[in-house]
Ligand binder design. Sequence first.
Ligand SMILES: CC(C)(COP(=O)(O)OP(=O)(O)OC[C@H]1O[C@@H](n2cnc3c(N)ncnc32)[C@H](O)[C@@H]1OP(=O)(O)O)[C@@H](O)C(=O)NCCC(=O)NCCS
Length: 215
Amino acid sequence: MKFDPSQQPELQYMRLLGPCADVRPIVPADAAALFPLVHRQTAVTDMLVWNGPKDLAELEAGYANWRRGERETGRDYMFVIRPAAGGDPVGGCGIRFSRTPGVGNIGYWLGEAHWGKGYMSDAVALLCWLGFERLGAQRMEALCLGHNVGSQRVLEKNGFVRDAGWQPDAELHDRHAAPEGVELCELRFVLERTDWSPRPGFPVVAEVLLTEDEA
Ligand SMILES: CC(C)(COP(=O)(O)OP(=O)(O)OC[C@H]1O[C@@H](n2cnc3c(N)ncnc32)[C@H](O)[C@@H]1OP(=O)(O)O)[C@@H](O)C(=O)NCCC(=O)NCCS
């Protein structure tokens, strides 16, 4: 069946909680805690297609609309990640539905002090649950650099597999640089709806408010 983005349920609000991560729409007030985690933090931004914000105001402005794009062409949703146990934001993540209909592209980052604590394994599981169970995704995808071992592990733990046939475009070297001695390459990971099943007992809490298509 052909996927029509205008038929896709639209997210009005959500809060998803896993054992480690609490994921909800990002708002300008989150910028104060997130700014020091990403401003001039090359360990983080070298892995992203984003150099980080130039100042706090730019980050606040960027978080003014957690839901971008048009329903007809596909939405781009941005979320903040907090520890499930409570506390300040530790990073951000999102799903973009605006490129190929029915395909959710995910992106994510954490401040370096928060790496290795399981936050992103949880957050990606929650994004997949949201995409497949609530937003009608047929496939979830993620791009990551070949030397980003942590990101690949997060994806593999969540059932993503490497798309061996995929080739990055010619602008890869404009978008990214690799550490000295490392050959730059970009990988695409995919998870088909038919290969996905929710992790048992997951999410711990799911509050999802949708606008269903009336047509
Ligand atoms: C990559 C990143 C998202 C990983 O998130 P995280 O919360 O630290 O990952 P988790 O704690 O959930 O770990 C998941 C698994 O990956 C492993 N892992 C995490 N970072 C790793 C690293 N740098 N090298 C090797 N393994 C790593 C963990 O050991 C764990 O494996 P296990 O469960 O088998 O023990 C985080 O390091 C980050 O934000 N990096 C900078 C931005 C970035 O790379 N974004 C993604 C762009 S594609």
